[in-house]
Design a protein around this ligand. Structure first.
Ligand SMILES: Nc1ncnc2c1ncn2[C@@H]1O[C@H](COP(=O)(O)OP(=O)(O)OP(=O)(O)O)[C@@H](O)[C@H]1O
Ligand SMILES: [Mg+2]
Length: 361
């Protein structure tokens, strides 16, 4: 190890001004620490990312790690600090308070002894989010390709199996066999639904059949259609439609019906208490847009889970496929609209679907 070189490095890092020149502290921060009495004490810290993390130079300098970290984060940071203090350069990627960063720790060694460790942290939240988005899109297009290929292959044998099961059922005189065949038919129906969902996800826009639709009638129809299911669980579906909202919109009525069925179905499945309500409202937003709101008093969804709702195959249900909300989002976006989720665990969930009154399809 070249000791003169070490001294030069130490000199550079001891100077606040040099830090500013050497490190783009707008996108992160730099810091230094030493080990004293078996604890790591920060001796320097500067950079705009500190503020985003809810920290400041004064809340870091002179303080040990436990001054601003706790739990697992404290243990992980201690491990990294210890590794660097033992003479190793250490790099890591991590997150704190919803922000993502890459960090590196470099020990300053003088006379074969670590006298100080310098750290640089760069924020990569935006970069990481765009990478995740790209991955999400890739996942979707892969699913699309898979869907188109597999669905056709599965559909034909599925149709003949269903036909044969029905024929056997007609010829059967045995009650137990009948029960088994009934279960087999139900399961075949389920596979058929999944295959159809897959095909839909592959080419939703091409399948759109746009017509003039009275939105009031469409919402009322879906509510009537879903009522028997709700009644079985002793849930009331309440319709709140402004009487003057009788406008006609251009949309694919089958697809919009599918969206409302999916969302109301989710609301019913999330509601376990008896005599609870699901309120479906149709409201005017402004002269261009209208809103369909579905509010339940069910389990609600935690913040963590809310982020994943529109992912394909995200489900918390034993028999769910996790394609329902993803399909809803696709359909609504193809109609130039948007769908939002608002939820409080233990209190309920409100889904807001905003659509244009007139669209140029
Ligand atoms: N109103 C709601 N209240 C609570 N949780 C909900 C609600 N709507 C959706 N969820 C959560 O979001 C998940 C995804 O919903 P989604 O409709 O996409 O799939 P699913 O209902 O599980 O399956 P399926 O494909 O059969 O619809 C659900 O498993 C559930 O955990
Ligand atoms: Mg669902």
């Amino acid at each position: 190890m070249d000791h003169n070189n070490d001294k030069e490095i130490k000199h550079v890092f001891n100077s606040k001004i040099q830090h500013k020149h050497r490190v783009p502290i707008q996108n992160g921060f730099v810091f230094k620490f030493v080990k004293k009495d078996n604890d790591f004490i920060h001796t320097f810290s500067e950079g705009s990312f500190l503020k985003k993390l809810g920290l400041s130079s004064s809340s870091v300098v002179g303080k040990p790690l436990s001054g601003f970290l706790s739990g697992d984060q404290l243990n992980e940071a201690r491990y990294c600090y210890e590794t660097a203090w033992n003479g190793n350069i250490f790099s890591l990627e991590g997150s704190l308070n919803g922000f993502h960063y890459v960090a590196s720790l470099t020990p300053i060694i003088i006379n074969s002894e670590v006298v100080e460790v310098t750290g640089t942290v760069f924020e990569i939240t935006e970069y990481r989010n765009s990478v995740l988005k790209i991955q999400e899109l890739e996942k979707l297009s892969l699913i699309g390709e898979l869907a188109a290929g597999i669905a056709h292959e599965i559909r034909n044998p599925l149709t003949s199996i269903t036909g044969f099961v029905q024929m056997i059922q007609e010829r059967s005189n045995d009650e137990i066999t009948d029960t088994y065949l009934e279960i087999a038919l139900q399961e075949l129906k389920r596979i058929n639904t999944i295959v159809n969902d897959f095909m839909f996800i592959a080419k939703p826009k091409e399948n759109m059949e746009i017509r003039n639709v009275n939105i009031h009638s469409l919402v009322s129809y879906v509510i009537e259609f879903m009522k028997p299911q709700a009644i079985l669980k002793d849930i009331q579906i309440v319709e709140l439609i402004d009487s003057d909202l009788t406008f006609t919109t251009r949309c694919d009525p089958n697809q919009l019906t599918q969206v409302l069925i999916n969302v109301i179905q989710n609301a019913i499945e999330a509601t376990s208490g008896r005599q609870q309500k699901i309120v479906v409202s149709l409201k005017n937003v402004n002269e261009n847009d209208f809103l369909i709101e579905i509010a339940d008093q069910g389990d609600g969804i935690s913040q963590e889970r809310q982020k994943r709702l529109f992912e394909p195959f995200y489900t918390t249900k034993e028999k769910g496929t996790g394609l329902g909300l993803m399909m809803c989002k696709r359909i609504i976006e193809n109609h130039d609209g948007s769908i939002e989720v608002n939820s409080q665990p233990g209190k309920g969930t409100t889904i807001r679907i905003i659509l244009p009154k007139v669209s140029d399809f």
